[in-house]
Design a protein around this ligand. Structure first.
Ligand code: FMN
Length: 166
């Protein structure tokens, strides 16, 4: 299966988790790890994983504008998963979950979100994502991949020129 892990990150935590997810999935799948600034339209992708931070008053602009710019039907029927990094406590003034916004956009484009969007939490008052959350993220992605493989009916396809992340 070809998996794309596309992420937006300002302070590095989403990038760290995206990298851990890509590393875990690369044991069994071909994986491309892409900061959203470098991502084009997904092509030949079997599972698209999107990660972003939740920032008060800031939507995940990079991911949302990437999704808005995609050609029609590129995401249609594509298996997807979305994660976000955030503080554990949620207050109303923090706005709507970034992952939920992306999730809705994916559904609007006809994507097939496989599991509910998931949040991974910073330590209380901490700035770094704890190792336990990194492990939880890798396990979540593995479950997503298992579900995507279970839903597949066609044989794996090798795409010439695919970059394989290691
Ligand atoms: C300006 C700013 C605002 C933030 N607002 C929120 C917030 O409202 N809710 C929340 O859960 N986390 C908030 N965070 C925490 C971020 O989700 C956290 O720093 C995360 O690590 C950012 O992801 P990144 O490291 O990939 O950039 C905020 C962080 C910054 C810098």
């Amino acid at each position: 299966m070809l998996v794309w892990v596309v992420y937006e990150s300002r302070l590095g935590n989403t990038a760290a988790l995206a990298q851990a997810i890509a590393g875990a999935l690369a044991r069994e799948h071909r994986v491309r790890l892409l900061p959203v600034e470098e991502a084009g339209p997904p092509s030949g992708v079997d599972l698209l994983i999107i990660g972003c931070p939740h920032h008060r008053h800031h939507q995940p602009d990079g991911i949302l504008s990437w999704l808005f710019k995609l050609p029609p039907r590129v995401v249609q029927d594509l298996n997807c998963g979305v994660f976000e990094i955030r503080y554990k406590r949620h207050h109303f003034w923090q706005g709507e979950s970034a992952a939920t916004l992306i999730w809705r956009r994916l559904q609007g484009l006809g994507g097939k979100p496989m599991l509910k969007p998931v949040s991974f939490y910073l330590q209380h008052r901490g700035r770094l994502l704890p190792e336990s959350e990194i492990e939880r993220g890798a396990a979540w992605a593995a479950a997503l991949a298992r579900k995507a493989v279970g839903g597949r009916v066609k044989a794996p396809v090798i795409h010439a020129g695919d970059h394989i992340w290691t």
